[in-house]
Design a protein around this ligand. Structure first.
Ligand code: UD1
Length: 368
């Protein structure tokens, strides 16, 4: 009997992590029966549906439609709805991805119903318990039966926390599987269309994404950042695809200046368009987790506006640097003067992570 596996996605960063594994499992119907479940944590077309299209994911078998809310509301709604699905489906395994509220909600729900849980992207730690994602990561890792880590630091963190060694499997970074697939599909005429659409030139713009509460929920911080980016765009064009959380907060700012035409504040981009842009900026400014990794793969300098990162390999081996608002101008000056950080590709960022996960799960099923 194939292993009936529910793969849980909820928010934008989950989609590119789940797609390679779902598609790999679907290629092996005698071993796996993958069931795709979308909690609906992200529900806007630009935040969800277009990603399914770009990643070749089918309509999910289940869409829980939970939407937004406080953390407790969102988590609670997902748990209640997911419990019913598990009772109906009685899966052999639930796979959760990353660190969003859907990851926590579904891992806890499955485990309490004695369904084995596998966590993809286990072991990452920012050691900052003010981040909701850190809480989600720690709870999920503590209760998971199979932990798939993207890099050696993940294994070390888990062992330090007392997780049994035989549960931990270093498989590499699954998001890079999706990145490699989409890069192969983007041809130069697709690229030209994107650059025409936004009226930008390759290697002559800055790509910005910001959505973390610490940067965008505080009016002073967001106001300072917007003022700074507007000023930067007088030197080099800046494109800023804006997450809905950030959009709401920008709309609430009372700016006493107008944004100049080279500061392009646009809607969230589809995966293919975003990756096209991400191939060619002079540098990226971000507070996202995934973008720190993608820029390391693409060898693009990345300035991460956070005091910490759960992805230290992007700093020790890649092109990422942590910056504070106070020193970002100086860092940017260095990059524009040609003094940029070089990196190398971390081990197992090779596009074969989904295959390694599937092989491990086959072995696991024989044993259990
Ligand atoms: C979530 C994840 C975060 C991840 C981010 C990527 C958690 C705790 N956080 O944060 O780790 O980096 O996704 O995008 O799970 N909204 C919309 N449309 C949508 C989705 C959200 O308008 O499709 C609005 C919501 O109404 C809310 C805000 O955006 O006001 C935040 O959404 P939410 O899902 O709570 O968290 P994110 O900030 O997106």
């Amino acid at each position: 009997m194939p292993i009936k596996t529910i793969l849980v996605v909820g928010a934008r960063p989950n989609f590119m992590k789940a797609a390679p594994l779902f598609l790999e499992m679907r290629r092996l119907p005698s071993f796996f029966e993958p069931v795709l479940l979308h909690t609906g944590q992200h529900y806007d077309y630009e935040m969800s549906k277009v990603f399914f299209e770009d990643l070749d994911l089918p309509e999910p078998h289940y869409f829980l439609g939970v939407g937004s809310g406080t953390h407790a509301e969102q988590t609670g709604k997902i748990m209640i709805a997911f419990e019913r699905v598990i009772q109906d489906e009685n899966p052999d395994l639930v796979v959760v991805f990353g660190d969003v509220n859907s990851t926590l909600a579904c891992s806890v729900t499955a485990k309490k119903l004695s369904i084995p849980v596998a966590h993809v992207e286990a072991g990452l730690r920012s050691f900052d318990m003010t981040m909701p994602e850190e809480i989600n990561r720690k709870v999920t890792d503590t209760i998971s039966d199979i932990l798939f880590t993207p890099s050696q630091d993940g294994n070390e963190n888990l062992l330090r926390e007392g997780i049994e060694r035989n549960k931990i499997h270093l498989v590499g970074n699954i998001m890079i599987d999706s990145l490699i697939t989409i890069l192969e599909r983007i041809n130069s005429s697709d690229e030209d269309k994107v650059f025409e659409k936004f009226n930008l030139g390759r290697n002559n713009f800055v790509l910005v994404t910001l959505h973390r509460p610490s940067n965008v929920d505080d009016r002073t911080n967001l106001g300072n950042l917007m003022y700074f980016l507007n000023r930067l765009s007088l030197t080099i064009p800046v494109i800023f695809p804006v997450h809905p959380r950030t959009r709401k907060n920008i709309n609430g700012l009372n700016t006493n200046y107008t944004f100049n035409g080279n500061f392009k504040i646009v809607e969230p981009l589809r995966y293919k368009e975003f990756i096209t842009l991400e191939k060619y900026p002079r540098f990226v400014v971000t507070d996202s987790g995934g973008i720190q990794e993608e820029t390391t793969y693409l060898n693009i300098p990345c300035l991460t506006l956070r005091p910490n990162t759960e992805r230290p390999i992007t700093i020790t081996e890649g092109t990422n640097e942590l910056v504070a608002y106070e020193n970002i101008e100086q860092k940017i000056g260095l990059i524009l003067a040609g003094n940029r950080k070089q990196g190398k590709l971390p081990e197992l960022w090779d596009g074969k992570t989904a295959q390694r996960i599937v092989n491990t799960l086959k072995e696991w099923s024989f044993k259990s």
